[in-house]
Each structure stands twice: as C-alpha cells, then as structure tokens.
Design a protein around this ligand. Structure first.
Ligand SMILES: [Zn+2]
Length: 74
C-alpha cells in the first residue's frame, strides 16, 4: 500500500517531478485544496501531466474521494 512507485505520469511530467526536491514532494502531495472538504488534503491516485510548462497533478482527495488537482508552477 505504501510502496512508493511512480504513479501514472507522462514522460514530461516524470521529468518535471524528478527536478522537485524529495523533501518538498510530500508537502506538495499533502497540501491540495479540496472543494468538498474545504481545506488542504492529501492527494491520492494521482496522475501527472505538463500543461503550459506547469506540472498538473490530477487525483482524488484522501478524505472524501472527490476529484482534486494540484498545479506546480514551472
Ligand atoms: Zn475532500
């Protein structure tokens, strides 16, 4: 369950993700805004894509299961 394999990322997104410091990644993944929970939640089952030079993570809220997204500026 907690095995850290790389989720579904496009090659470009994987490249982008690799440039982010390991110490920062957990913070990015644990501070995603959920409209249902109205606060910062953890993103799970996420995919990564690159749009306009920014990394976009699309996944689900760990609390309510709703769809959430996180944009990481390039
Ligand atoms: Zn939620």
């Amino acid at each position: 369950m907690t095995v850290s394999k790389l989720p579904e990322f496009t090659p470009k997104a994987a490249e982008f993700w690799a440039t982010i410091p390991v110490s920062v990644k957990p913070q990015l993944l644990a501070n995603v805004f959920c409209g249902h929970c109205r606060g910062a939640v953890k993103i799970v089952d996420y995919k990564g894509t690159v749009k306009s030079g920014d990394l976009v993570l699309n996944g689900h809220c760990a609390v309510c299961g709703g769809e959430v997204a996180r944009l990481i500026e390039g």
